[in-house]
Write a protein that binds this ligand. Structure first.
Ligand SMILES: [Zn+2]
Length: 75
């Protein structure tokens, strides 16, 4: 597994939102190839690019406030 910062990951997501989707259960940004969320096992996702970009920006900004690797991560 590559170690990248959330900001780098967010940039990657924002540049190619069609490769990702947002879990409706936990809000994680996951790759399109997952059919269920690897974290909460939800199977409903927001797939529109606007939602994905918005979420990625949120997650990147939360990094500064939270010191722990909490709920917010990218898979
Ligand atoms: Zn989830």
């Amino acid at each position: 597994m590559q170690l990248v910062s959330r900001k780098e990951m967010a940039t990657h997501v924002i540049n190619k939102p069609s490769d990702f989707k947002v879990c409706e259960g936990c809000g994680r940004v996951v790759r399109q190839e997952f059919s269920i969320c690897p974290t909460c096992h939800a199977y409903r996702f927001l797939t529109n690019e606007e939602s994905v970009v918005e979420r990625a920006i949120q997650l990147a900004s939360q990094e500064q406030r939270s010191k722990t690797l909490g709920n917010f991560d990218f898979d």
